[in-house]
Ligand binder design. Structure first.
Ligand SMILES: [Mg+2]
Length: 166
């Protein structure tokens, strides 16, 4: 069934992956090294355990909203990420990853994407675990649901903000 012009599009729930759906803690060790070992950090994403709170939240949101996944993971992890989604029963939704050569802080990348989604249909909320991303999204007028269930991952957030790598 296709939408007619009189129907408004479903509002969008935007969901982050790392620290929300996927438990990244087993691979943070690679960011503790100097220099950081990004290759190993990303290669091991396929082995992330699912965070049941996040996956349950995504399922509930998918009953009401169009779900869109927005992650600072690099584009080359698309295939692994989609396989992981299927393995762990993550609901269907567009997947937006960080384009190659985009090293903006996570908060800038994500807020610019929220604005893009919002041109298409209202963004109802962002689910994310990064305090700086949440704050930037809130300042830009978006509602947020802070994902607190994984526990702190300071190495990851430092890398997201300062190096624009995830
Ligand atoms: Mg995250």
């Amino acid at each position: 069934m296709s939408a007619t012009p009189s129907e408004s599009p479903r509002a969008i729930a935007v969901i982050d992956i790392d620290g929300v759906l996927a438990d990244v803690r087993h691979r943070l060790v690679h960011l503790d090294k100097r220099p950081k070992d990004w290759g190993s950090f990303f290669r091991e994403a396929a082995k992330d355990l699912p965070l049941s709170e996040g996956i349950d939240a995504a399922r509930r949101l998918a009953e009401v909203y169009e779900v869109v996944y927005l992650s600072g993971r690099p584009e080359h992890l698309r295939k692994d990420t989609l396989a992981w989604f299927r393995r762990h029963g993550v609901p269907e939704g567009e997947l937006h990853l960080r384009p190659r050569n985009d090293f903006r802080p996570a908060r800038d990348f994500k807020v610019s994407m929220l604005r893009r989604f919002n041109d298409r249909a209202p963004v109802a909320l962002l689910v994310d675990d990064d305090a700086l991303v949440l704050e930037a999204a809130r300042s830009a007028g978006f509602d947020v649901l802070p994902a607190t269930w994984m526990g702190a991952a300071p190495e990851l957030h430092e890398a997201q903000e300062e190096e624009g790598r995830t």
